[in-house]
Write a protein that binds this ligand. Structure first.
Ligand SMILES: Cc1cc2nc3c(=O)[nH]c(=O)nc-3n(C[C@H](O)[C@H](O)[C@H](O)COP(=O)(O)OP(=O)(O)OC[C@H]3O[C@@H](n4cnc5c(N)ncnc54)[C@H](O)[C@@H]3O)c2cc1C
Length: 524
């Protein structure tokens, strides 16, 4: 086959951009196709009211490897940070907050015993997260152990675990399947501190803190934080879209051709191999390799089609659970809000409303019955405090993640959405009295809205749940876990693949490595 491209990448979210970039840096001729009129996917910046800009979905970097920023020299491509090492403030309903920065916690009546217990728990979890962090850059091995590579990968994994030492290894194996609620209750007293940590264990997940996989999701987050290193929790200047703009510039410099407003409708197949894509305008572009960062079902059942998959595989793909529970609230504010008992410096931080684990579990429970929580749990940022370019002078943007909001809002979605906005504003008003009067414009995006706007399947943070059955060798589905789809020449590189979502770029980079390993270079 002779074509103009060695590879076509579908979707210019951060994973698609990184996959395209790595392929181009390895000498491949790459075409990157994006349906939207901008790059970034769920990591984009957009205007939601005249003069007010906000990060559309992802608003804080917590797992972007610092090494990636350095290796790709993203500062030379325009990336700047408005803030790094951002602290978390767990807001107390009575006023004040606990400040959490890495292994240190202080404030709001936190006793010395809890300060020490938290530091110790965090150090232990940090060691376990180190094992997880090394998995991020690893292609999940085949369990068949047919080749030396599979055997070696499994051996390395076992070794990493063993190197923890006997007692820590036993402890990790004990807690990995546990729920965060019990683990935190076993170690700490402060309801406020436990509420904040449990929030991290459930952020972006589709379960509450009592669910078995919540220690796993907490470790996943902590592993990301280790990779971020000195960046810590970070905010790009210009919002999350600025990161993807920098990646797009790097792509351009490496020779990637990016076409925006170009939707792929079908993956072309010749014989038993992917041979290119069919675009919405009917044109076909050929290439021997197609890599999709779009959602799993959209790629395999939509663009490829069930006729190219066996029945067992189709069943697994249909059963892949992707039901997001995070909504996004954007407020344009005429001035900075005041949070009870919290000094103005904290507005540059990440503010959590999750005052206890029971509060969090109660915020989750209604979602099981497709109901709206009366008291939602919130992660609040005021990005314009660190980056005044996002709002008119003296005014501010509030960007909040609202948990837990069902995808299916029942027979009257508009009424459910109005109730959600009212409950969220009432919750905010309790902690920041008078905030409602500062609002000049607002936008609330439910998981279903996020799916429509960004193509995130089920509006899910990770393009699909991060439970044990959809993790590592089972992600996205067994037998399609090494970034290769069941169709030769078609690969997956989005958040639905290992190691899941968040703005870390691992899925994109790991997929590029597997494409290169397969070593096909047609059309040269
Ligand atoms: C509400 C919310 C808040 C979040 N907050 C954070 C956060 O603060 N920090 C964090 O790290 N993570 C956060 N996340 C998770 C993070 O945003 C995602 O996991 C990540 O951005 C996914 O990146 P991706 O490149 O894999 O996929 P996407 O960003 O979804 O990119 C896929 C791209 O493919 C394009 N596409 C799809 N179909 C086609 C087609 N047929 N043809 C052409 N193009 C197509 C889409 O338009 C899109 O641009 C959040 C997620 C949500 C939903």
């Amino acid at each position: 086959m002779s074509t103009a491209y060695d590879a076509i990448v579908i979707g210019a979210g951060h994973n698609g951009l990184l996959c395209a970039l790595d392929l181009a840096r390895a000498g491949r001729r790459v075409l990157l196709l994006e349906a939207a009129d901008h790059v970034g996917g769920a990591a984009a910046t957009r205007s939601f009211a005249p003069g007010f800009q906000v990060s559309a979905c992802a608003h804080l970097l917590h797992g972007l490897p610092r090494s990636l920023v350095q290796e790709l020299n993203l500062s030379a491509h325009g990336l700047r940070f408005a803030a790094t090492q951002i602290s978390t403030y767990a807001l107390d309903p009575a006023g004040g907050a606990i400040r959490i920065a890495g292994a240190q916690a202080s404030g709001a009546g936190l006793g010395a015993a809890d300060v020490a217990a938290y530091a110790s728990l965090r150090a232990r979890m940090g060691r376990y997260a180190g094992v997880f962090a090394t998995l991020f850059s690893t292609t999940p091995p085949r369990l068949s152990l047919k080749g030396w590579r599979e055997r070696w990968d499994m051996l390395r994994l076992a070794l990493r675990l063993r190197l923890l030492g006997t007692a820590p290894m036993r402890e990790l194996l004990r807690i990995a399947g546990m729920n965060a609620y019990d683990l935190l209750d076993d170690n700490l007293h402060s309801p406020l501190l436990k509420g904040a940590l449990a929030f991290d264990a459930t952020l972006g997940a589709d379960y509450g803190p009592r669910a078995p996989s919540t220690v796993l999701t907490w470790l996943h987050r902590l592993a990301g934080e280790q990779q971020a290193g000195a960046l810590g929790l970070a905010q790009p200047r210009g919002g999350m879209g600025a990161l993807c703009e920098a990646l797009a510039t790097a792509c351009g410099a490496a020779g990637v051709e990016i076409r925006l407003q170009t939707r792929v409708t079908r993956i072309a197949v010749s014989g038993d191999h992917a041979s290119g894509v069919v675009l919405a305008d009917g044109h076909t572009v050929t290439a021997p390799v197609v890599v999709s960062s779009a959602a799993l079902r959209a790629t395999l059942l939509g663009m490829l089609g069930v006729e190219h998959l066996d029945a067992g595989c189709v069943r697994r793909i249909r059963n892949f659970r992707a039901c997001g529970l995070v909504a996004k609230l954007h407020l344009a504010l005429r001035s900075a809000p005041v949070f009870k008992g919290v000094d103005a410096a904290a507005l540059a931080g990440r503010l959590l409303i999750s005052p206890s684990m029971d509060y969090l579990e109660n915020a989750f429970n209604p979602s099981k019955y497709r109901d709206i929580p009366e008291h939602p749990a919130l992660e609040i940022t005021l990005p314009s405090v660190n980056d005044p370019t996002l709002a008119p002078a003296g005014q501010h943007v509030l960007s909040a993640l609202v948990q837990f909001v069902p995808y299916d809002l029942g027979p009257d979605p508009q009424a459910a959405k109005a109730l959600l906005l009212a409950n969220t504003m009432a919750t905010l008003e309790h902690y920041a009295p008078g905030i409602s009067k500062l609002v000049v414009a607002s936008e609330l995006l439910t998981p279903a809205d996020l799916e429509r706007a960004f193509g995130l399947e089920g509006g899910h943070w990770h393009q699909g749940g991060m439970t044990f059955d959809q993790f590592f060798v089972n992600r996205p589905v067994a037998l399609s876990h090494q970034y290769r789809s069941p169709l030769p020449g078609l690969y997956l590189c989005g958040a639905a693949s290992h190691p899941g979502g968040g703005v870390s770029g691992w899925a994109g980079r790991n997929a590029a490595r597997e494409v290169l390993k397969d070593g096909v270079r047609h059309g040269a």
